[in-house]
Each structure stands twice: as C-alpha cells, then as structure tokens.
Design a binder for this molecule. Structure first.
Ligand code: ZN
Length: 212
C-alpha cells in the first residue's frame, strides 16, 4: 500500500499564492508495469513531479525551489494544521503543451532539460501505451528525442541503454545496435535483451517489458 507523507505548503514564486505539494511516505512497485523507454507505471508508488503547474496562475514552477512556508503532517486534520492555509491548492501536473512551451522558452540547466525532455518523451508515448498502437513519432517528438540523446552519457550503463532505446524509437537501428552490443551491468541485461531484440526486428514503438 501507499502511505502519504506530509503535505508541504509552498509559495508560488510567480503569483505568491499557496501551493500544496503532496508527498509520499512509502510505497512499492508491486504490480508495476515497465516500458522500454524507462517509464514505470506503479499505482502503489505514484510519480512525484518536479515541474508542476501553479493551480492559481498556471505558471510552471520547479516545486522544490518554491519557498516553503509550512508543512502539514499526514494527520494534519488532527493537529489543526490543515486550517492554517485555507488558500492552498494542490500543484497540477503540466499538460503536454505546457512542456512544449516551457522548452520553447529555453533552459540553461542541462539536468532540468534532461528532466523535461524525458517527460515529453514519456507523455508522447503515453498515447501509444494507452492505445496499444505504434503511431510514428511526430516532428516535435523527433526533435525532442534528438535533443534528449545529446544529454545522455554513453559511459553510464543506464544512459547508454536509454540512448539506444531513443535511437531505436527514432528508427536509427544501426546506431542503437552499436550501443546495445556493448557490456552492461547484470541488472540491465534483461532489458537490454528485450530492446535489442525489438531493434534487430526494426520495430521502433515503445513496448511493455515483461520480465521473467
Ligand atoms: Zn502561481
């Protein structure tokens, strides 16, 4: 099961109003589904978004960088803390279009760009995950993925596998094979084998990975 963590109250740097950030105390990945693009759908361990939309002014903000003004523990109702911030509203997940506009404005921090481009990749693939259809990447997704691979470090096993997967989805099968034919740590071998098999069959769609 998932146990909630404290709710952190922050002040939006754009409008000054209060945003509540719900955190998770603990969870697990039981029953999770894993995908070749690295996305994990785990209902017992929901995704914690770092870039969120302010529910008051719709500005995208990095939640951990917004000034913390309070914290309501898991049983806030009991302590009365929950009443201290009546204006606070929950942070919203950005829409696909929000990410696109955000990238359009330019990001100087590579680590943040990595985060946003990974999100864009995953969100684009969510449509394919839900429909089960392998629709081709659109021009924005292609551009995003091409930029994303430049942020990955081939010397790191995780990054190299992710890069191979991105190249496979871009239809660059020879380049992907070149990376997949290298040595990986044991933990990744099953995923490498699944992705390499798809790559050798020249299949480019995101695919659910079922481990033995
Ligand atoms: Zn705001």
């Amino acid at each position: 099961m998932t146990t909630p963590g404290p709710t952190i109250i922050r002040e939006c740097s754009a409008c000054g109003k209060h945003i509540s950030q719900h955190t998770i105390g603990s969870g697990n990945t039981f029953g999770a589904r894993f995908w070749t693009d690295g996305k994990r759908n785990a209902s017992m361990l929901p995704d914690q978004l770092r870039l969120v939309k302010c529910p008051h002014c719709n500005t995208l903000v990095w939640i951990d960088e917004q000034k913390q003004i309070g914290e309501i523990d898991t049983w806030g109702a009991r302590t009365g803390d929950a009443d201290k911030f009546p204006e606070a509203r929950s942070a919203l997940p950005p829409e696909f279009q929000d990410y696109i506009s955000f990238l359009g404005a330019g990001l100087s921090d590579k680590e943040k760009e990595h985060y946003v481009r990974l999100r864009v990749w995953w969100e684009g693939n969510d449509v394919r995950r839900e429909s089960g259809q392998s629709t081709p990447l659109d021009s924005f997704e292609v551009q995003n993925l091409r930029a994303f691979v430049t942020l990955l470090d081939e010397a790191e096993d995780n990054d190299r596998l992710m890069k191979a997967e991105a190249l496979r989805e871009l239809g660059k099968f020879a380049e992907a094979e070149h990376l997949l034919a290298t040595e990986f740590e044991d933990e990744l071998l099953e995923a490498v084998s699944i992705i390499r098999d798809l790559n050798q069959k020249r299949m480019s769609a995101v695919t659910e990975m079922k481990f033995e």
